[in-house]
Design a protein around this ligand. Sequence first.
Ligand SMILES: Cc1cc2nc3c(=O)[nH]c(=O)nc-3n(C[C@H](O)[C@H](O)[C@H](O)COP(=O)(O)OP(=O)(O)OC[C@H]3O[C@@H](n4cnc5c(N)ncnc54)[C@H](O)[C@@H]3O)c2cc1C
Length: 492
Amino acid sequence: MGAVADELRGVDAVIVGAGHNGLTAAAYLARAGLSVEVLERRDIAGGACVTEELWPGVRASPGAYTLSLLRPEIIRDLELERHGLRVSVHEPYLFAPFPDGRKVVTWSSRERTCAQLERDWSRADAHGYAAFAERWERAAGQARSLMSEPPDRERWLDAVGKGILDGSVAEELREIPSEQVRVPFAVQGLIGTLAGPDDPGTAFVGFYHDLGQAAGVPGAWGYARGGMGAVTAALRSAAEAAGASVRLSAPVERVLIEDGRAVGVALEGGEEVGARVVLSNADPVRTAALAGTEPLPGWRQAGPVVKVMVLLDGLPDFPSWPGAEPWQGTIDIGFTLGDLRAAADDARAGRPAAAPWIEAACQTAADDSLAPPGRHVLSMFCQCFPTDVDAEAAADTAIARFAEVCPDLPARVVDRLALGPRQLEERFGITGGHIFHGEMLPGQLLEDRPDRRRFGGVEALYLAGSGAHPGGAVTGAPGLLAARAVLEDLSG
Ligand SMILES: Cc1cc2nc3c(=O)[nH]c(=O)nc-3n(C[C@H](O)[C@H](O)[C@H](O)COP(=O)(O)OP(=O)(O)OC[C@H]3O[C@@H](n4cnc5c(N)ncnc54)[C@H](O)[C@@H]3O)c2cc1C
């Protein structure tokens, strides 16, 4: 280290941000014997993977709300179950009600889904779904391990084929004859994008969501008991048990650079912490600003999501499926492929979607640790919106849209919290409020995501958040890969 670095109180690794990836990196580095300090701007750890008390006595996950993709080796290596993580698969997998009273219901078992589709739709739909699901599961089986490896387009191409890697989700769903049955699967391909179902790259977005295994069940999604904060609480506990220090309310103002090499960070307020390496869990735009490097040319990070957390005084019935069971899984509202296209067209033209699509979940229906009896929180993940959308107006539109298939919902609403891209940015510190730290469409995948090493050309500065490969969602993979790169470089 040079003159500045010599004067600083130093650790081996300083990590900017205690999101799930920063905590994952911290745990791996501390277990390898490095001294590690994590600096988080908020007064809670977890980034977008948190449980917060949104109303007195009512806790919920205002960012990520369901879990699947967290890498099994991370759960195993860091002994996250010993640190308190409990994950259960939610059933149904998804429920998509339609205004005409019909519904698509899927389960984490393909056989059960086929039987349901044959009953509710037709034998041809069940067969079409089976062919699609079998093809994607075969490809997922080949691609899962690649999630924890450096990007390599050729290997991904071999594993999944060009249709999944570069094509549209609508094309991938072609074997399913009924359009309504295709809609909830198409929605999965649009998450975090300003795209419609015919756009290239949407197949991969949908497929990426099949690369997990909640509670060890391939492709399944589930709930962490206690909400998504239970994931980051377990990661933090594992990191601290290994000797890492996690400091809250410690916003980093800039990365200290000497002779082109990161040598530590300066906090707002002036304190400086020296380090042999600096890892940034912040998004690429924010990381570039902290390091004073050029913004990434053409990087797309405008968030299309409004997250609406709705406090309910009970669970109303869906006319298409009365009772409590449909509330246990994810609920997909998007009625036609044309609606999905129109929502993307609206947002791309700078207008809030007139008919947004919604993926909703109500963990309180499946987990009694979050709210008192009789109280529920409906989490509505709504797309597509321009970044500067009026979140309250978007929430009104989304609740009205949900009411088309659940007419008693508005009467059950006690309060709500509407988080548009700007509010997500303010709360979680993600520039543009983009859920994946940058869209995951062609041009921003695999090798096209910023390299985790030498971020912005700065030696010893590593990108450890979702902006790096393999991308967003609660996977832990960018944090794991950054930690591995640091250990390789420090030992080399
Ligand atoms: C509304 C929403 C819904 C989502 N739903 C799901 C879902 O259901 N399932 C799923 O798997 N994924 C979901 N995602 C995506 C997933 O939550 C994110 O991709 C993931 O949590 C990002 O993790 P990360 O560790 O890379 O970064 P982040 O969680 O963004 O963490 C970065 C951390 O860095 C901190 N930070 C930033 N700047 C500084 C600074 N200057 N100084 C100190 N600290 C700083 C931030 O405060 C933050 O804590 C959702 C995201 C959102 C926003």
